[in-house]
Design a protein around this ligand. Sequence first.
Ligand code: KG4
Ligand code: ZN
Length: 361
Amino acid sequence: MVFSKNVKMNILGIETSCDDTCVGIIKVENQKSRIKSFNVLSNIISSQVKLHAKYGGVYPSLAKREHQRNLPIVLKKALKKAGNPKIDLLAVTSGPGLEPCLWVGVNFAKDLAKKLKIRLVPVNHIEAHILANFVGGNSKFQITNYKNLFPAICLVVSGGHTQLILMKDIGKYKILGETRDDAAGECFDKVARILGLGYPGGPVIAAEAAKFEIRNSKFEISLPRPMIYQKNYDFSFSGLKTAVLYDYKSRSPKVRRLKKYIRTIAAETQQAVIDVLIYKTLKAIKNYQAKTIFLGGGVAANEELRKQFKTRSSNSKISFFVPPKKFCTDNAVMIALTGYLHWLKKKKWPKIKAEANLRIS
Ligand code: KG4
Ligand code: ZN
């Protein structure tokens, strides 16, 4: 991709692919081949977590209704927070995700584009999780000399997806492998449900695991690392969840309630997921002689995963990037940025529609 246009503009992103209604606004100034300035003006997220908590997962028709109700409110808040700027470009998640939810965002964005007489760019949610790496801790564009980073290996780990992707440039991707059943985040969510820890599972499992102390635990739990040594880049996490269920069922009701038991099994679940993710990513790095790791998606907010990836990649002299935590989980800043980067190189898009099974390519 060549950043050829000299532009200064405000881009508004809309994200409704799952259970978060998000609107984000960024201000970008681009000069010749580089981004001169980049600022996040607002990043509003209306989470439906409480609503879906009782189901232990997302209920699509309920989520759709909430998006319809929330989107105008979230838009208003985002505009106000940004100081009501003139919007020059719109971007919306068109897939992958829950189809009824995606349509809410797509139709809303189409109407808004018509009203404001500006262009609308469709965005792939998975690509947005990858490009969220371009936003640094101070909400500034953190990667300028990006050409030197490729080929890169991207690991997108979220509630709906676990994919290992070879990236040759912004916009050039090849899926190397993906989960055959549950996504990594889904595994955390299901394990948390088994252990009675609530939803979403990732943050609670991480919190319990952080309290685990080897010297203090009388439990020895050893969970499987599914598919770790297989000669492919695919994943499978449903067996891990089942192994947790068997261990849990084999314990007495008294043990199941013990903090030490919960902490031990949470720590082991987390480490089993981390071991598989890191092993397969480093194998891809080696086989494709890649220079960089881009981590993204909700599970990338996991502190232990970030720490272990950092250590392992610095030992092997690989550049490792992970977005600030608030840009790992679903947000619309990543949608606005991805839409902008594509707008820089493309003139037109075919008719925009929601695509539940959209693939990155
Ligand atoms: O990317 P995301 O916000 O939504 C999807 O696109 O799916 O990811 C949500 C997932 C949930 O499964 C949640 O449990 C997980 O990310 N997650 C975490 C953490 N924070 C969120 N998993 C592990 N550790 C965390 N700290
Ligand atoms: Zn996501």
